[in-house]
Design a protein around this ligand. Structure first.
Ligand SMILES: *[C@@H]1O[C@H](CO)[C@@H](O)[C@H](O)[C@H]1NC(C)=O
Ligand SMILES: *[C@@H]1O[C@H](CO)[C@@H](O)[C@H](O)[C@H]1NC(C)=O
Ligand SMILES: *[C@@H]1O[C@H](CO)[C@@H](O)[C@H](O)[C@H]1NC(C)=O
Ligand SMILES: *[C@@H]1O[C@H](CO)[C@@H](O)[C@H](O)[C@H]1NC(C)=O
Length: 328
């Protein structure tokens, strides 16, 4: 009762505030996933990886049977197989691709993550898009390969969508053209400044919070690690209402100055997936500092060999979420 009343009061108050244009960026929570709600709100898609990963995405029943997905009241874990040596001619390593049942447009998503998959050959991602790709755009919020020390944020769109090199962001620009049809679909990526935003560095520090805000004018991505004293309290506590105006400089900032965001982005599903090798992790494997197994004096093992033969190397290839919240 008391909660309902104060919620209604807050909505009324904040609509008033919004009407007067005091805070442009006020949002209320429209969806929240905690513990078992991940299994209700997401589908596990047993499909082929279009980026050619050494992966076998399993369905929900298989994932539960193999304990690849696991929920407690306040935690949700999704992992890859870490016990099976693979037949090089058979299927890839069992893993997951979770897709939200609902689609979301403008608004904010906050991801409270305790652990991100790590290990050589891993390519985990938290991102959003919808079919048919790329007509409604793609926003990669968390992504990286082979234990690299920072995560990347990237847009992939139809032409024309360009970014300038220097923007109001903490991260550094990797590419400025978001058009999927150029640069082999590299997209317009930003490397986050925080060395705690991915892989072992993220995990050693207990993870943190990722947030993405999308409006017709811009897309912003923030990251705060677990010890960051500047994490906004409403992010830390997963509040019912948030005001992004005070969240400070984002890691990645994509304005609509040379990119019609309203036109190029549609409603999106949230995707959380973990693949191995493939177009990015596989090509970047040599030179990533990952083990190169000399099986004999003449042949150098590839990323695929490593993934096939070293199941125990994937014991830490798992996501552990406290929650995901969506605001509109
Ligand atoms: C899963 O993850 C990678 C990394 O983001 C992505 O490029 C790939 O297309 C994804 N695979 C599927 C089937 O979603
Ligand atoms: C399933 O996985 C969870 C978390 O990864 C673990 O705590 C639990 O003991 C596992 N259950 C079984 C039956 O192995
Ligand atoms: C913007 O993108 C288009 C299409 O991808 C490209 O042809 C053009 O050169 C880009 N313009 C600038 C200023 O980068
Ligand atoms: C080395 O390994 C490759 C691939 O595993 C194999 O084709 C080749 O015959 C091996 N060479 C020797 C000398 O054992």
């Amino acid at each position: 009762m008391a909660v309902g009343l104060s919620t209604r009061f807050l909505i009324a108050l904040l609509s008033l505030v919004r009407a007067f244009g005091v805070w442009a960026a006020f949002y209320g929570c429209s969806d929240s996933f905690v513990g078992p709600q991940f299994l209700e709100g997401f589908t596990l898609e047993a499909i082929k990886d279009p980026t050619h990963g050494r992966v076998n995405y399993v369905d929900a029943a298989t994932a539960q049977k193999l304990n690849l997905t696991y929920a407690t009241e306040d935690r949700f874990i999704a992992r890859a197989d870490s016990t099976t040596v693979l037949d090089p001619d058979g299927l890839g390593r069992n893993s997951f691709r979770m897709q939200s049942k609902r689609e979301y447009g403008n608004g904010v998503m906050v991801f409270n993550i305790n652990h991100i998959p790590e290990g050589c050959g891993t390519w985990p991602a938290v991102w959003s898009y919808s079919e048919p790709w790329p007509t409604k755009g793609e926003i990669d919020v968390v992504e990286g390969v082979n234990n690299q020390p920072y995560s990347q944020g990237t847009l992939h769109t139809l032409p024309i969508c360009n970014m300038t090199e220097k923007r109001w962001q903490k991260g550094s620009t990797i590419n400025t053209n978001c058009d999927y049809s150029v640069n082999f679909n590299a997209g317009c990526g930003v490397a986050y400044s925080s060395r705690r935003s991915f892989g072992p560095g993220f995990n050693a520090n207990g993870g943190g919070w990722y947030a993405v805000e999308r409006t017709d004018e811009f897309i912003k991505i923030w990251f705060w690690d677990r010890d960051d004293v500047f994490v906004p309290p409403e992010v830390r506590f997963g509040a019912d209402f948030i005001v992004t105006d005070f969240w400070g400089k984002p890691e990645a900032f994509f304005p609509n100055t040379m990119c019609d965001i309203e036109e190029l982005f549609g409603d999106h599903n949230i995707i959380i997936n973990l693949t191995f090798c493939g177009d990015w992790a596989g090509n970047a494997y040599l030179g990533s500092g990952c083990p190169v197994q000399l099986t004999n004096s003449t042949s150098i093992a590839t990323c695929e060999d490593y993934v096939n033969n070293n199941p125990e190397a994937f014991e830490n290839a798992y996501f552990d979420f406290s929650w995901v919240k969506v605001y509109a």
